[in-house]
Design a protein around this ligand. Structure first.
Ligand code: 5GP
Ligand code: ZN
Length: 150
């Protein structure tokens, strides 16, 4: 197997390699998952690729399937154990979005009714034309070939 990227200064690389301890809840050949040391709610877990990829944009396409599969399995285990009615999967990418540890990861945050965890406020586009124009600019710049009804 080709060697994976590793950053000796990265806290998650240290956790994955066992240099620092963690409350592991799941692992396989590609993915490692453990409880967050500062949980938003009971059971809050982090699901990380074993390789050091700073953000989603650095993640090789082939790693996605294993991560998604692990995410689903860990979320199911949390639902079974933590008495939660649902969960949020959140991934912060880059500092402006709140990423503190630059090793790509998903947070799974168990949720219960009335837990008081606030949802993001929903905004509004001025009109459909503005929303459609933004979609057009995004896909044209990225050369994505797709349709759309607005
Ligand atoms: P980020 O803000 O980068 O999306 O999230 C990083 C998360 O890693 C935070 O929720 C933080 O509590 C968690 N974290 C940071 N250091 C450690 C650690 O040493 N052990 C564990 N289990 N979690 C950590
Ligand atoms: Zn790392």
């Amino acid at each position: 197997m080709p060697s994976r990227p590793f950053d000796a200064d990265c806290i998650f690389c240290k956790i994955v390699s066992g240099t620092i301890p963690s409350a592991c809840v799941y692992e396989d050949a590609d993915v490692y998952a453990f409880l967050d040391i500062n949980p938003i709610s009971r059971g809050h877990a982090l699901v990380v690729p074993r390789g050091h990829y700073p953000t989603l944009l650095d993640l090789p396409a082939g790693e996605g399937e294993a991560l998604l599969s692990a995410l689903r399995r860990v979320a199911g285990a949390l639902m079974a154990e933590c008495g939660c009615g649902g969960f949020n999967c959140i991934s912060n990418n880059f500092g402006v979005a709140g990423q503190v540890v630059p090793h790509f990861h998903w947070h799974i945050v168990p949720r219960v009714d009335g837990d008081g965890l606030s949802a993001w406020p929903g905004g509004k586009y001025k009109d459909n034309a503005g929303m459609g124009q933004l979609a057009k600019s995004i896909k044209e710049r990225a050369a994505f070939d797709c349709g759309g009804s607005i």
